[in-house]
Design a protein around this ligand. Structure first.
Ligand code: 13P
Length: 253
């Protein structure tokens, strides 16, 4: 397989600077030997720069949780890709379901963010996933496909190859109700096939992460699925030991 594995931690609205630096000091010690997997943490904005300093010369990369698509201007509260790049981010999460549900992210604005992230040298970790109501109405595949198509519209092949996609069913986020490995794999396979129809080379290299109640005790089975290349972890990324245990649950290279 030519795809890199990735385990990413989305800290959401957690950790002061002091707490964040303490967490990554522990984490870097616990995962220092890992070479066959990209390890990424996404602290809140306030902690990005101090965490970047605490991660210098480590194998852990930095991500933002969100990025605005404009470069500068009268956009109170917004942060641009250039700002994130300068403080040491290699990635930014884009269109997390909490941004879609609570902060007005749309299909169109998700595409603007994906493009703006690439423009500023950041790799988008682009999130898609259905709600419980959509799953119960048998709309999972069409909802996820529409989110995927909208987010990657207009990307050329070389750019598309650098994308990371995270499938996060909304009903599994923060609920403790994890998708079964079969449920997750079914959607991941559809995503892979849809990418393949668009660009076969890109489909082989784009890591597809699963997110939603990933824990040390369910990670191994999820990560063993053919089209699940990694995980986007919320709650369990807030404890160094738990996050490191998920990294260690990846299949051997
Ligand atoms: P939990 O792991 O807390 O369910 O969160 C998943 C998530 O939303 C990661 O982006």
């Amino acid at each position: 397989m030519t795809r890199r594995r990735m385990i990413a931690g989305n800290w959401k609205l957690h950790k002061t600077v002091t707490e964040a630096v303490a967490l990554v000091r522990d984490l870097r010690r616990l995962v220092s030997q890992v070479r066959d997997c990209d390890i990424v943490v996404a602290p809140p904005y306030t902690a990005l720069y101090p965490v970047a300093k605490a991660l210098e010369d480590s194998n852990i990369k930095l991500s933002a949780q969100e990025m605005f698509y404009e470069d500068k201007g009268a956009f109170t509260g917004a942060v641009s890709g250039a700002m994130l790049n300068e403080v040491g981010c290699a990635y930014t999460i884009v269109a997390h379901s909490e941004r879609r549900q609570l902060f007005g992210e749309t299909l169109e604005s998700s595409n603007k963010r994906v493009k703006a992230a690439f423009k500023h040298g950041l790799i988008p970790i682009f999130c898609i996933g259905e709600t419980l109501a959509e799953r119960q109405a048998n709309q999972t595949m069409q909802v996820v496909a529409a989110q995927l198509d909208a987010g990657i519209a207009g990307l050329d092949s070389a750019t598309l190859k650098r994308l990371v996609v995270a499938y996060e069913p909304v009903w599994a986020i923060g609920t403790g109700v994890v998708a079964s490995p079969q449920q997750a794999q079914e959607v991941h396979r559809m995503i892979r096939e849809r990418l393949r129809a668009k660009d076969s080379g890109a489909a082989e290299v784009i890591p597809l992460l699963y997110g939603g109640s990933v824990k040390p005790d369910n990670a191994k089975e999820l990560l063993a699925q053919a089209d699940i290349d990694g995980a986007l972890v919320g709650g369990a990324s807030l404890e160094a030991e738990q996050f490191a245990a998920i990294v260690k649950a990846r299949p051997s290279a």
